[in-house]
Design a protein around this ligand. Sequence first.
Ligand SMILES: Cc1cc2nc3c(=O)[nH]c(=O)nc-3n(C[C@H](O)[C@H](O)[C@H](O)COP(=O)(O)O)c2cc1C
Length: 307
Amino acid sequence: MARFNDGAAMTSVVQFTRTYLDSILAEERLIDAVEPDLSMDLWGEKFASPIMTPAFSHLKTFASERENGMCEYSSAAAQMNQVNWVGMMKNEEYAEIAETGARTIRIIKPYADHDEIYSRIEFAESHDAFAVGMDIDHIFGDNGRYDICVGEQMANKSMEDIKKFVEFTKLPYVIKGVLSVQDALKCADAGVSGIVVSHHHGRMPFAMPPLMVLPEILKALGPDRQMRVFVDCGIDSGYDAFKALALGADAVSAGRVLFKGLIGGGTEGVKAQLEEMNTQLRQMMAYTGCSDLSKMDASILHIPSCY
Ligand SMILES: Cc1cc2nc3c(=O)[nH]c(=O)nc-3n(C[C@H](O)[C@H](O)[C@H](O)COP(=O)(O)O)c2cc1C
């Protein structure tokens, strides 16, 4: 789909993320295996699957064929009982998302003006959001200066800032765009409830595939971690989701792959795609003897030693 102006560096990050994901193989464990249960518990609520929608935004531009793509995919998540994410938007647009009844995690940009951040958090709280958070990989633009995103000025965020956001909200607070052990540990210290291991579709040249750094992050956080660890970028199928979950992710977000269903069929199209991904995940869990998400672990996977 030629709707994104990917630079060469971004393209190579995305391609290597794809190559790395495809290189991961799984063994079969069939004896004693039963039909798997895909359900996921997250922050006290139960969902049908660990596959979530992406934190999209600006679909009037990027999926202009749809009148209101944001609400359409959010409705799909609501009807499938899968966690929904949304990205940059004004409060009025968030109110429409809330109407869909989706359990939505609202990602708020790292605005320079913290009053903007607090007002969006408060609005999300008053509209029954599931969680709120920030995509820290939008602090900088591709010129190495603080980003200006759709005319809005972004700025750096310190540990102290993040602690304040965590303390401000009564909702779980998520940091999206963690791609190092160092940032993951800082998030844990700041009391963050969840991180998304992500390079945001290659915002930084030569960024590691999220699944390459995920095991190191989980090891550093340790077995008693409170923080949930999610993954996105290149999760294009239930097979990709399976690999991320077996490597220790608590849940994953599909991304641009959902444009196919959304543009072709709106809510029903996204539902069909989520269903297909759930089926692929179920197949992999069945063949590898994982009766539920808690049974998945990295020993099922084989990653080529060249990595
Ligand atoms: C049209 C579009 C808008 C996006 N807007 C946001 C956003 O506002 N906030 C955010 O955190 N991520 C945003 N993302 C990034 C996605 O949440 C996700 O990280 C990315 O799509 C994952 O990569 P993939 O598409 O290769 O799977 C956006 C992605 C797209 C395609």
